[in-house]
Design a protein around this ligand. Structure first.
Ligand code: ADE
Length: 367
């Protein structure tokens, strides 16, 4: 019931998706579509799922992150008869199991014909473990920058065996979701885990892509002194001209009070950075994967690790300093808050819906 109540609130805040529902109800463009989904199982995703079902699709679903499921959203989907395999706080093994249940029905690969992916874990599993399914799958609509990067790498290597619609690359996705969604929800996640005052703090944002840019802009609005680290000279120059200080992480490490990675890259904050951080420094990530902060380095250095409150662990260093890691380095906006607000997911998911309709229309012949 809680999930259903929140879905009804979100429906009011997602006018594009609701208008598409009305517009296409008679036409049923997704009749015959069997869609496997792997995306954060949130209330906003629930509105998308019910739109797909309303317009003819059959679904099987899992989340694309072990911490991002909103259990009441998943429960509302299950109560509506949609097979959903997701809960907040999965182990890595359970995560794999959930994706496998999305792919298999009653123990055998489902005769699915489309995929909605976020980060491309589902696509990777289908290619690696269920290659026979590639015959019937028309294509995938991919939600996020990291997923699109992975799929482009697979395509370059000649390994991608069905077409992809890069939903992330739509202007009505990245220009809003990546910037404004990430900007607001990341701050929400940090504040729920710490309750720290941002005004007057040195806030280091690693990466000045769309997500980093949105976060930097919003954190500045809260009165923080924002420092950008960026290895690509053009975005680095953009950050300077947008009025931010730009420095290497090697320099920023000792200056920052808070650090948030938004690069999509590996090992952005490592041992030598932890070595020079201030006592009480707060470290988190808002990129898709938990690879940006070296948690193994932090664990290795710590004399004691303890949980202070939800999503806030303290790592005591041998010299007495404490470093706070939020949400175990997973997406802080979804693990410690509720992800992007409905209004911005409305735009992203309208793109998802249209991409899936296109894949359904083109069928197996799409290039
Ligand atoms: N990605 C970021 N925020 C999200 C949300 N609220 N729902 C689904 N995916 C998201």
């Amino acid at each position: 019931e809680f999930g259903r109540r929140e879905i009804s609130l979100a429906e009011n805040e997602m006018p594009a998706l609701m208008a598409l529902r009305d517009k296409y109800r008679d036409e049923q463009p997704l009749a015959g579509a069997k869609i496997m989904g792997c995306i954060h199982m949130t209330i906003q995703t629930a509105v998308l799922m019910e739109t797909l079902v309303d317009l003819g699709a059959e679904l099987r679903w899992s989340s694309c992150n072990i911490f991002s499921t909103q259990d009441h959203a998943a429960a509302a989907m299950a109560a509506n008869g949609i097979p959903v395999f997701a809960w907040k706080g999965e182990t890595d093994e359970e995560y794999e199991w959930c994706i496998e249940q999305t792919i298999c029905k009653d123990g055998s690969p489902w005769d699915a014909n489309m995929i909605l992916d976020d980060g491309s874990d589902l696509t990777s599993m289908v290619h690696a473990k269920f290659p026979d399914m590639l015959e019937t799958i028309h294509g995938v609509s991919e939600e996020t920058t990291t997923g699109v990067h992975r799929l482009r790498a697979m395509a370059d290597a000649g390994e991608l065996l069905y077409p992809v619609i890069a939903v992330n690359d739509a202007e009505t996705k990245w220009d809003f979701d990546n910037i404004h969604g990430t900007g607001q929800s990341t701050i929400d996640g940090i504040l729920r885990a710490t309750s720290v005052l941002l005004a007057g703090k040195n806030f280091v944002v690693a990466g000045y892509g769309h997500c980093g840019k949105g976060l930097a802009m919003r954190v500045r609005g809260m009165g923080a002194n924002v420092i950008i680290t960026e290895i690509d000279p053009i975005p680095a120059l953009k950050a300077i001209m947008d009025g931010f200080r730009v420095m290497k992480m090697d320099e920023a490490a000792s200056v920052g009070d808070l650090f948030c990675t938004a690069t999509g890259m590996k090992d952005v904050i490592v041992r030598r950075h932890f070595d020079s951080m201030k006592d009480g420094a707060i470290v988190c990530n808002t990129g898709h994967y938990d690879c940006e902060i070296s948690i193994s380095d932090l664990e290795d250095m710590a004399t004691e690790i303890f949980t202070i409150r939800d999503n806030n662990e303290a790592f005591s260093m041998p010299d007495g300093r404490r470093i706070h890691l939020l949400a175990r380095g997973r997406l802080v906006n979804l693990a410690s808050a509720e992800g992007h607000p409905s209004e911005v997911m409305d735009m992203s998911f309208a793109n998802q819906f249209l991409a899936l309709c296109r894949l359904a229309k083109e069928g197996s012949g799409y290039d």
